[in-house]
Design a protein. Structure first.
Length: 434
């Protein structure tokens, strides 16, 4: 999560398909290289850095493609995409069997080979709208408007080839057109850059006489002193600042940070709590298995319900967070196997419900056009919650010698994460007034 802004940049530069392919290769390479590990620091790099970065590339790319492909059934599509996370607990017995059969190096080798199946699946990420045309036409509605203004100003004086291939919104490419009025062209370029919504760039219109051609030619080109890298960095900084000024983004990020901090406390400490209660390890594994299956079913049901549009998606999300908080508040009362199983099932229902709606809620709040960068920044911020949550819960256990305080901390964080969504009407009012 902490490298999500980097992933956003890579995805914007390479595209979704190449980014996903890179992530698949990193994951596979991470597992395969780990078979050669001789120390813990080696595994930090191979299993931690390589596979972690690879999975981050894969997750963010998949999330972006889901948002691009789906609108009406976005919640359901996202739930189906995330359902594999819950089902992964079913593979726990298989993992144990492979380790006992082939040792941990053999398991990593097999698992790395399985992960390489992500390579062909990444190649299936086709663009949403693929234009099959040989002409070099405008790439957006804004370019079409600007190009029509350009043609209207010259009124047929453009060469047919230049008319087809002119792309005035791509300053690095030099396109030329014949004209007898340089002043008119210079004014037109200024008007175009002012009303087209493009970033302000210094442009120049140079007239020169070519010995091999007749007539004056106009060449529009960008200021060579400003590199593409500088422009890209300025764009990213502008996006970050604009998101931090957006109250809807702050509402989501507040909730995302505390919910991620809370979610991983029960995930990591449930088995340890069961051990302190004297529950058999096989029964503990059974609890985790049932919870994973229930969470998967809850993901699908929650996604389907949200897709019906009976109310705003964030209302469902807020309700699930509150119920997660109340469930963890009662967890210290679960001191036997049946009660701990009941807690795990109920928590899995509500946690699966809110996890299914993370992407739809973000899209509803910030819009699909800004979703990519918003997800990267929000994931970066929430990553700190993922990092500090379980260690704080572990410190509480060391200090109190009971996991009750750890689960109460998770409860408080879930309840705090829901508070920001109560401010959504105020943000809407602010938007209308401004």
């Amino acid at each position: 999560s902490c490298v999500s802004p980097l992933v956003t940049t890579v995805c914007e530069v390479l595209g979704e398909r190449k980014t996903s392919l890179l992530g698949a290769l990193l994951v596979g390479a991470g597992f395969l290289i780990s078979t050669l590990a001789t120390s813990i620091p080696f595994l930090w790099v191979s299993m931690g850095l390589l596979t972690g970065l690879g999975f981050c590339l894969l997750y963010q790319t998949a999330a972006v493609m889901i948002v691009k492909y789906f609108r009406k059934y976005l919640a359901l599509a996202n739930a189906i995409g995330r359902s594999g996370m819950g089902l992964s607990v079913v593979l726990t017995p298989l993992v144990q069997f492979l380790i006992e059969m082939y040792s941990w190096q053999g398991f990593l080798l097999i698992y790395g080979g399985i992960m390489l199946n992500l390579v062909p699946s990444s190649l299936l990420l086709r663009p949403v709208h693929k234009k099959k045309t040989r002409d070099i036409g405008p790439k957006s509605e804004g370019q079409m408007v600007v190009l029509s203004m350009f043609r209207e100003a010259f009124k047929g004086s453009l060469d047919k080839t230049c008319t087809r291939e002119l792309n005035i919104l791509d300053p690095p490419n030099q396109e030329c057109a014949k004209s007898d009025n340089l002043q008119q062209s210079n004014n037109l370029v200024s008007i175009i850059y002012k009303f087209s919504g493009m970033p302000q760039k210094n442009t120049c219109v140079d007239a020169y006489k070519n010995d091999n051609q007749t007539g004056d030619q106009i060449c529009i080109r960008s200021n060579e002193g400003k590199s593409r890298v500088q422009s890209f960095i300025q764009k990213q900084c502008h996006l970050v600042v604009s998101h931090l000024k957006n109250p809807f983004f702050l509402i989501f990020t507040w909730s995302f940070l505390f919910s991620q901090l809370a979610y991983f406390i029960p995930t990591f400490h449930l088995a340890a709590r069961a051990k302190t209660l004297g529950i058999d390890p096989m029964d503990t594994a059974y609890i985790i298995l049932v919870a994973g299956i229930v969470e998967t079913v809850s993901l699908l049901v929650s996604g389907w319900i949200a897709s019906q549009k009976w109310t705003k998606t964030y209302h469902y999300h807020k309700t699930y967070l509150i119920l997660c908080g109340l469930t963890n508040l009662l967890c210290p009362l679960a001191t036997t196997f049946p009660l701990l199983m009941s807690y795990s099932v109920i928590f899995a229902i509500f946690s699966g419900g809110y996890l299914a709606l993370l992407l739809p809620v973000l899209v509803d709040l910030v819009g699909a056009a800004r979703f990519h960068s918003a997800l990267g920044l929000a994931s970066f911020i929430s990553g700190f919650g993922v990092i500090v949550g379980p260690p704080i819960a572990g410190w509480l256990y060391d200090y109190t010698q009971t996991y009750a305080c750890s689960f109460i901390l998770a409860s408080i964080c879930f309840l705090v994460s829901s508070i920001s969504f109560f401010l959504e009407p105020l943000a809407q009012k602010w938007r209308h007034e401004s």
